[in-house]
Design a protein around this ligand. Structure first.
Ligand code: FAD
Length: 430
């Protein structure tokens, strides 16, 4: 092949990037392209920021390899085909993705390429194991995690691709200006890009041994925080899983949850809007004041408020806090999981359709949980996963003066102490 265009989407890396690696191995000239799609812009200021930082990093890396990242604006299909024709490309490559939107984009791109007699190919790379690659004997996807995990851990994983050594761009097309990096909404949000992500991975591997015992410790903050880098493909999930080693270990198991939700979304693309479990009882309340108290972290339940404040401050929330806050919204307040999903979708740097929807449905009891009526008593969770109250004091400064575990139940404090705290009573008592 003479010239290939590689359309980047959320696979913003050069290491183990199958579409890029294959294009570089088979074509003389390669055009790395990213199209800023107005249809996808403005959903999350935090993710817009992370994306643009990742694009800047990717461009710098590609330039270091002798190439560049071309930037266009508009419909990704029209822009990709326009550029492919401009450089007289004979091939277009992209990473396969599972959302309605991504699948439609891939189908349209494939059709347009065919119309212009350009070879088109979609590559793996967004998950460790391709969604749809593993199927149970009685269905098109796994509905329950544990058997999926068994099949996943025992499957043959593809071999990771090395980063290309050199990229040769054809002369001619302008490279296009990188979009400016906006502020985002969360002051403590992590910075995007493969370079930062790889550094984070390297540092994190040194802490891996602690993960099994401490990943649920809210104050310990002992999880990898790699999720935004996986969300934007700054890191290859296969590389992360392989680097972690033990396939049966607790960390790699969490990566399998990610793949699990992808294969569910692949089989059930309405996951963000429609109850996955047929016949799930959906009788939600719609209470704007309660929703607002939850969103802003003023429910009067400290462990819930702490999680919601962390989300706003960092564009990220500890997994245990996600479980507690989502459980509180759906099981205690009885509010619709879709409202929680869209609030998380606005703030989370790692927010994506399969994982956000899959986890929300799991907690709400409409999804893949085999125990859909499971409760999440926030108080019990608080005492178990934040026994000294440190996590709450960190994120709810109004309660910083309350020592120890008493911080979880400010309503039990002596009246005189309570009166001095600028903190509301629990929603259910108001
Ligand atoms: P670690 O504990 O270090 O785990 C390593 C990786 O495994 C994570 O980066 C992530 O890619 C994957 N992982 C871990 N737990 C899960 C899980 N339960 N489901 C799927 N993948 C998992 N994760 C997202 O990536 N995007 C989301 O939009 C998202 N929304 C969520 C919404 C709710 C209501 C809940 C309960 C969980 C959600 N999660 C989501 C899953 C999980 O909370 C985050 O992946 C995790 O907290 C990210 O932090 P980490 O990278 O430090 O995780």
């Amino acid at each position: 092949m003479r010239t290939a265009v590689v359309l980047f989407t959320r696979d913003l890396r050069v290491n183990d990037q199958p579409a890029l690696a294959t294009a570089c191995a088979t074509a003389e000239q390669v055009v790395p392209l990213f199209v800023l799609d107005p249809q996808l812009a403005g959903r999350s200021a935090n993710r817009d920021r992370f994306l643009r930082q990742s694009l800047a990093d990717l461009r710098a890396t590609l330039r270091g390899l002798g190439g560049d990242l071309l930037i266009r604006r508009g419909d990704p299909v029209a822009e990709t085909v326009r550029l492919a024709r401009e450089v007289d490309a004979d091939g277009v490559a992209v990473s396969a993705d599972v959302s309605h939107y991504a699948r439609d984009r891939q189908r349209r791109l494939s059709d347009e390429c065919e119309r212009h007699r350009i070879a088109f190919r979609a590559f793996p790379g967004l998950t460790v194991v391709d969604p749809g690659a593993l199927t149970p004997t009685n269905g098109d996807h796994y509905k329950v995690f544990t058997p999926y995990f068994r099949a996943w851990a025992g499957a043959d994983w593809r071999t990771a691709y090395a980063a290309p050594e050199r990229i040769r761009l054809p002369g001619g097309p302008g490279v296009g200006r990188l979009p400016a990096v906006p502020d985002g909404e969360s002051p403590q949000a992590a910075a995007g890009g493969e370079t930062v992500g790889r550094r984070r991975l390297r540092d994190w591997l040194g802490d891996l041994d602690r993960y099994g015992d401490s990943h649920d410790d809210l104050a310990g903050d002992a999880t990898s925080r790699l999720s935004p880098y996986l969300r934007f493909g700054c890191l290859s999930p296969l590389e992360v899983a392989t680097a972690a080693g033990d396939r049966a270990g607790p960390f790699v198991r969490q990566l399998c949850w990610r793949d699990f939700h992808y294969q569910v979304a692949n089989a059930f693309p309405d996951l963000a809007t429609t109850a996955y479990r047929r016949g799930a009882a959906e009788q939600w309340r719609y209470d704007a004041d309660a929703l607002d108290a939850w969103q802003t972290g003023h429910t009067g339940v400290p462990i819930v408020d702490a999680g919601m404040r962390q989300l706003r401050a960092q564009g990220w929330m500890h997994n245990r806090a996600r479980l507690i806050t989502a459980g509180y919204l759906t099981k205690e307040l009885g509010l619709d999981w879709r409202d929680g999903l869209s609030w998380f979708g606005r703030w989370l740097l790692d927010g994506d359709l399969p994982n956000n929807s899959g986890n929300w449905q799991w907690v709400a009891g409409t999804g893949n949980d085999t125990r859909p009526y499971r409760g999440f008593n926030p108080l019990r969770q608080a005492h178990r996963f934040d026994p000294a109250g440190e996590y709450v004091r960190r994120w709810v400064p109004e309660l910083a003066s309350v020592a120890g575990a008493a911080v979880h139940e400010p309503w039990r404090l002596p009246l005189a102490v309570r009166a001095g705290l600028d903190y509301p009573p629990p929603l259910s008592d108001r």
